[in-house]
Design a protein around this ligand. Structure first.
Ligand SMILES: [Mg+2]
Ligand SMILES: [Zn+2]
Length: 222
């Protein structure tokens, strides 16, 4: 969280701090991970019939959109590069997701995805910045007013790498396991602000939230 936030990686000051609520910068752009954050994480999803919004996700995104934020999906879809499904299957899932969001009055401003396998060395697999750069250049996005929400440490690292104003780890999808791997304290309440990093220097998310609705509540404010 910047500017004005305490440095998140004050080396030597100890890695762990749960802070009381900090100033929340104005957010007009939200980059959303897809699987485990907006929809139920199905292993290598390519069947549109199996797309299910996580509980409360549609309402949460409606609230976020009503606050004036533009919503974008950023997603690693290595199943394409691994040959498990095609880009056509991916786009069918994307269309179904947009249909489900439409029922909540939500329209995405854009979406990016990485179709490559993890070992391809591409620049667009999160936490690489390719998806951000494409969306930023196309839509004129500003990292200083951007929030990143995801269920994996790679989403958090992606947010920090692009200089996002706020990074949020949600506990849906892989979130619980990822929070453990980052050594985060147990969640108190629906969402809480954090400052810290792992012993090997991976920064913590700025906010830990129970789910997308709690993340939106923290971003949009009371
Ligand atoms: Mg995910
Ligand atoms: Zn890629």
């Amino acid at each position: 969280m910047r500017p004005g936030a305490p440095t998140r990686n004050g080396k030597g000051r100890g890695p762990r701090r749960v802070s009381s609520e900090r100033f929340m910068p104005r957010i007009d752009t939200v980059l959303l991970d897809r699987d485990g954050t907006v929809i139920v994480d199905e292993h290598y999803l390519c069947d549109p019939a199996r797309v299910r919004l996580l509980p409360g996700a549609g309402q949460a995104l409606a609230r976020l959109a009503a606050s004036g934020a533009r919503l974008f999906l950023v997603s690693n879809q290595s199943g394409i590069g691994r040959g498990y499904f095609t880009q056509v299957g991916h786009l069918a899932v994307q269309a179904r997701l947009e249909e489900l969001l439409c029922e909540h009055g939500v329209r995405l401003a854009g979406a990016a995805f990485c179709p490559h396998a993890p070992d391809a060395g591409c620049p667009c697999r999160k936490p690489g910045l390719g998806q951000w750069e494409a969306l930023r250049d196309r839509h004129g996005l500003d990292a200083a007013t951007t929030a990143v929400i995801g269920d994996k440490a790679s989403d958090v690292a992606f947010g920090h790498a692009l200089g996002a104003a706020v990074t949020v780890l949600v506990l849906t999808g892989h979130g619980e396991q990822q929070a453990q791997s980052l050594g985060l304290p147990p969640l108190a309440g629906e969402a809480m602000d954090l400052t810290g990093e792992t012993p090997d220097g991976r920064p913590w998310p700025d906010v830990l939230a129970r789910d997308l609705a709690a993340a939106v509540e923290r971003i949009v404010g009371k």
